[in-house]
Design a protein around this ligand. Sequence first.
Ligand SMILES: [Zn+2]
Length: 289
Amino acid sequence: MTNKNQTTKDKNHKTKKRRKGRLLLFAATLFLVLLVTVIAFRLFGSVDMVSSDISSPASTDPTDTTVSQTTQSKSTTSQTTIQKSETTTSTKTPGKHYIQPAGADWNLKLVNKWNPLDKNYKQPLVTYLGDNKFDSRAIDKLKALVNAGKAYNIRVASLYRTHELQTSLFERQVKREMAKGHSRSKAEELAATEVARPGTSEHNLGLAADFLFERYSSLETAYEKTEAYSWMLEHCADYGFILRFPKNKQSITGVIFEPWHYRYVGEQAAKEIMSRGITLEEYLQEKGK
Ligand SMILES: [Zn+2]
């Protein structure tokens, strides 16, 4: 029994060894198969991978380049803008005023003391609210503004004025000053601080509008305390209008603070002017328009 048992044990041991060997062989084969598969995959699959590697950097790189180029060009643009505005500021001699080059867009036409309107300037006019007239190209925007402003009792007071009317308004003021004992030239100078000289008022252009606010029945600086004025500041640009003569800009515009006077310049310019709190003169000078 003992011997027999020993033989059986040996046999079992040998069988176990064989099994171990088979397992090892199986494992090695499996490993080899896996290895071959991986190599094969890398070899054949690599074609796609390379192409995708090529295509992916190729598709990423241009994007990156575009992005960086865009960023660069953007920063270059803003730098240019900064430099431009710095140059503009630094080259701006005190007492000198922007003179608009000929051929300005109708909605950006500058009319002030230093840029008088040609007496023969012809704009398309349309009648609105009785005898009032306004540039027909901007009348719909004015109507929309007036309509929206109804909630604040914003009403039209004065729109287009003929050159003749401006002349008579100016003359009346000159006579008032002369009655005080001033010479003609002194009286004209003084009158010009109250009434624009003929051709220098935006009302001659047909794109300016004076408004009455809330309970007021005349044009008052006190408007600035009204809700209507706050609403106008916030919304006039939505209709392409700007507050034309803001506070503390008299040296640039030549006109005192007028919370009632608005000018149509178009939505794009109006939004930039109002959001930056600049004047039409500054905007045009910056753009070289
Ligand atoms: Zn006005």
